[in-house]
Design a protein around this ligand. Structure first.
Ligand SMILES: [Zn+2]
Length: 309
C-alpha cells in the first residue's frame, strides 16, 4: 500500500484504518494514528520509507486499540518519536488495560477481552495536549507539532476526548464519522460512548470548509461528498437510538436489550470482543434515551432493569 496524497504535505495510508501522514518539509512526518498492531505499523513504516519520510511525532486521536496498537512498534523503530494525545485519552493509551476493563464493567478482563481488538500494547504519551483537559464538540486550537502549525478540533462522542486534525484543507477526522460501507459493516450501529456528543460532532464536521475529510475507517470524502457521508452517519446513529427504543418496548437488562437489537437487525458478531463493543454502544444509547426522559434504570429484585419512560 502506498501513501495517497491529498495536498502538498498531507497524505494517508488506506487500510482497515486510514492512517494520516503530514510531511514536516524537512524529511520528517507527523503520523495521525498508528493502526491496530505491529503489522499495520510495519506497513506504515514501509510506505514512509518509500516516500523518504522519517516519523517525528504521532498524534493519537483517541485510545481505541485499533488506533494506537501500532504506537509501540513505531516507537521501537524510531525511539525519538514523540506521542501527543489529549489528557483523558492519554491515560488510556498509557494504561491500555483500561479499555478491556471498562468493556468488562470494571472487572479484571477475561481472556477473551485481552486480544488485539480491545487491548493495545501500551505506549508512552510524551506530550499531553494541555489545552484539551476538557474536550468539547467543535473546539479548535492551533498548535505546533514537529515544526508544523496545525489545528486540532474536538470530536468527542465516539470516545470521550477524541480529536481530529485540520491541516492544509484536510480534516483527519478519526472516528468522528465513518465511511458509509463501514456503517453497514457494524449492522448500522456505529460504536459510541456519548450519543449526544457524537451527533453534535457530526454537525461540527459539516461546518468545516475543507477540501478533504478522512475518516478513521472507510472512504475519504471530498467537500462535495461530505454532506452525504455525514447524513448517512446521522441516520445510523439516530436509527440505532430508534432500535434501542423499540427494544425497550418491554423492560429488560442490558444483555436482553442488546440481544433484541441484534435480532432486529439480523446482525451476527464475530466474538466476545465484538459483543462487548456492540453492547457498549447499546448501553450508550440507553443512557441517551435516559437523558431524553425516555428510559430509566432500576434495580428490581436481583436484576438491573432498563424500562421505557
Ligand atoms: Zn475508535
Amino acid at each position: 500500500m502506498t501513501l495517497q496524497q491529498l495536498s502538498g504535505r498531507v497524505a494517508y495510508l488506506p487500510g482497515a484504518n486510514n492512517l494520516g501522514v503530514i510531511a514536516t518539509g524537512d524529511g520528517g512526518a507527523i503520523i495521525v494514528d498508528s493502526g491496530i498492531d505491529k503489522d499495520a505499523a510495519r506497513g506504515l513504516k514501509k510506505a514512509l520509507v518509500a516516500a523518504g519520510l522519517t516519523p517525528r511525532a504521532i498524534i493519537s486521536t483517541h485510545h481505541h486499540a485499533d488506533h494506537v496498537g501500532g504506537n509501540a512498534f513505531l516507537l521501537k523503530q524510531y525511539p525519538e518519536l514523540q506521542v501527543y494525545a489529549t489528557p483523558f485519552e492519554a491515560a488510556l493509551i498509557q494504561h491500555p488495560l483500561l479499555e478491556p476493563i471498562y468493556l468488562s464493567g470494571g472487572a479484571c478482563p477475561p481472556a477473551a477481552l485481552r486480544g488485539k481488538w480491545v487491548l493495545a500494547p501500551g505506549s508512552p504519551v510524551h506530550h499531553l495536549l494541555d489545552d484539551w483537559l476538557t474536550v468539547t464538540v467543535g473546539m479548535r486550537r492551533t498548535t505546533t507539532i514537529a515544526g508544523v502549525e496545525l489545528e486540532l478540533i474536538g470530536l468527542p462522542g465516539h470516545s470521550p476526548a477524541q480529536i481530529g486534525v485540520l491541516v492544509d484543507s484536510v480534516c483527519l477526522a478519526a472516528d468522528g464519522f465513518f465511511g458509509p460501507a463501514v456503517l453497514a459493516k457494524h449492522g448500522g450501529v456505529p460504536y459510541t460512548h456519548d450519543v449526544a456528543a457524537q451527533l453534535a460532532s457530526l454537525v461540527a464536521l459539516a461546518s468545516l470548509e475543507v477540501d478533504w475529510f478522512v475518516p478513521g475507517h472507510g472512504a475519504v470524502a471530498t467537500r462535495a461528498e461530505i454532506g452525504e457521508h455525514l447524513a448517512a452517519n446521522e441516520v445510523a446513529v439516530r436509527g440505532a437510538s430508534d432500535l434501542v427504543r423499540a427494544a425497550l418496548n418491554e423492560a429488560g437488562d442490558l444483555a436482553t436489550i442488546t440481544s433484541r437489537v441484534l435480532g432486529m437487525i439480523g446482525h451476527s458478531l464475530a466474538g466476545v470482543a465484538q459483543y462487548a463493543i456492540f453492547s457498549g454502544a447499546v448501553g450508550a444509547h440507553l443512557t441517551y434515551l435516559e437523558q431524553q426522559g425516555e428510559a430509566r434504570l432500576e434495580l428490581i429484585d436481583t436484576r438491573l432493569i432498563w424500562a421505557a419512560g
